[in-house]
Ligand binder design. Structure first.
Ligand SMILES: [Zn+2]
Length: 150
């Protein structure tokens, strides 16, 4: 991108992180020509992403499906805490999926990303999610995930 002050293309990113609610990526940029610094916000858009299911069928990525899968596994949470937990996990997963820069992704790869995230976030939800995705990942993969936990 060009510097908004001097139009130079010599712009580099000095810092980058998801915004508080994880719906955007915030980047601090700096211009090498005029030394100006400025901030950009990139909105996460995964509407182009195609998910390849175990059956080989393809469908558009659905945030709602990702959310409800995690929601169903988050049995240890109640009320607004549950929403908050699931929302934050879903959003950080979107950031990770976007960073893969893929056009198509197998559903098992998404499941693995979810499991990795849940393993550190909440073990109860992690264990429930393994059961949830028994149709997505193979038994061998599920066992491998479990052994990381045990
Ligand atoms: Zn500049």
């Amino acid at each position: 991108m060009n510097c908004p002050y001097c139009q130079s293309t010599q712009v580099f990113v000095t810092n980058s992180r998801p915004t508080k609610n994880h719906t955007q990526i915030w980047r601090r940029r700096s211009c090498l020509s005029c030394h100006a610094t400025f901030t950009t916000h990139e909105i996460i858009d995964l509407s182009h992403l195609i998910v390849i299911k175990k059956s080989g069928r393809k469908e558009k990525f659905s945030r709602a499906k990702l959310f409800s899968g995690i929601y169903g596994a988050a049995v240890g949470f109640k009320g607004p805490d549950k929403e908050k937990f699931v929302e934050s996990v879903t959003s950080s997963l979107e950031v990770e999926i976007l960073a893969l820069k893929k056009k198509e992704i197998p559903s098992s790869e998404i499941a693995n990303l979810v499991l990795q995230k849940l393993l550190t976030a909440n073990t109860g939800t992690f264990l429930r999610f393994i059961a949830y995705c028994k149709n997505i990942i193979t038994l061998k993969q599920a066992k491998a995930e479990l052994s990381r936990y045990l």
